[in-house]
Design a binder for this molecule. Structure first.
Ligand code: SF4
Length: 311
């Protein structure tokens, strides 16, 4: 047993931790904020079969948890992605994090048709687009043709392109009615600055350009909700600013039973099929996870401007 695994029993929210699956194949990009890239340098231990078995194990423990497929690039190998999706029953929500890549061997229509044929299963496709184009971007119009729910994720990394470009970036997607999630660089997030408002320069930039309508959050992460008006369409669109801690376990003593638990928010299936209980290389004790205690999810609205709110 790894020294990194604590002796504390596990606790998680009702339904189970979100399970992030790292696909066993890479992307062609080198984003400066990427912490996954180095894991794809040596693919010798990667195993699609082991990942598939691990997905089945998690499904048997928490049959309604969320799965997130990430990488690497999930859409770079459609055949393998299909095999993984095929073992995820419809009881789960499924999210795919992708750059929606331009690929030499697969046509855009093939990728769109893959998504279409799995639309019953895919809850949302999160497409990475940034103020600096770190990745080779497929045309926006192509992204707009994705048949499932979709969202643009944009990391506001270090010197992002200036506050006056934020609104233009949002409008670029707003015209297709695709919501944006701006993301704070999570390597910089701490428990102290997670809910910081006055000293968060990015948040202050956003407050100048968008209408702030609400805040939801939990111990681990939050979302500052905004809306903005798209004149060409005569409608309002949503934008969220998301902050999360760089780890996903909180150690806390339960007030009722007096036991100290590792409260897990995210678990991972790595490229070789191994289970991890955190982003920080801590293995998951799967036998202990089978006995996980559940608590109500602590994500809740902390502020909501009912007059301005849009869904
Ligand atoms: S596209 Fe994703 S996996 Fe690839 S380098 Fe960028 S952040 Fe990392």
């Amino acid at each position: 047993m790894s020294d990194l695994i604590s002796k504390n029993p596990y606790k998680t929210r009702s339904g189970g931790c979100t399970c992030t699956v790292f696909v066993p194949y890479d992307c062609n990009n080198h984003c400066p904020f990427c912490i996954n890239k180095k894991e794809y340098a040596d693919t010798s231990t990667f195993s699609l079969e082991k990942i598939i078995n691990s997905i089945k194990v998690i499904d048997s423990i928490t049959p309604c948890c969320d799965f997130v497929f990430t990488g690497g690039e999930p859409l770079a190998n459609l055949e393998s992605l299909q095999r993984m999706l095929d073992v995820v029953p419809l009881t789960h929500k499924v999210y795919i994090n992708t750059t929606f890549p331009v690929q030499p061997n697969v046509s855009a229509d093939e990728v769109l048709s893959f998504v279409s044929s799995n639309k019953q299963k895919i809850t949302c496709i999160n497409i990475s687009r940034h103020m600096h184009p770190y990745v080779e971007e497929s045309p926006d119009e192509l992204v707009s043709r994705i048949e499932t729910r979709k969202r643009i994720n944009c990391v506001l990394y270090k010197n992002y392109n200036g506050d006056d470009k934020l609104y233009d970036f949002a409008k670029r997607w707003g015209k297709y009615q695709i919501p944006i999630q701006f993301r704070y660089d999570y390597t910089e997030t701490t428990p102290e600055n997670l809910y910081e408002i006055d000293n968060d320069a990015v948040l202050q930039d956003l407050m100048r350009h968008f209408t702030y309508i609400g805040l939801d959050g939990c111990r681990m992460r939050n979302g500052f909700h905004f809306k903005y008006y798209i004149e060409e369409l005569g409608l309002w669109e949503r934008m969220t600013y998301h902050k999360t801690l760089p780890y996903s376990t909180i150690v806390e003593k339960d007030k009722e039973d007096g036991i100290t638990y590792d409260i897990l928010y995210d678990i991972l299936i790595k490229q070789n099929g191994d289970f991890h209980s955190d982003w920080t290389n801590v293995p998951l004790d799967i036998e202990k996870y089978k006995k996980v205690k559940f608590e109500p999810y602590d994500l809740k609205f902390l502020y909501k401007n009912e007059k301005e709110w849009i869904d």
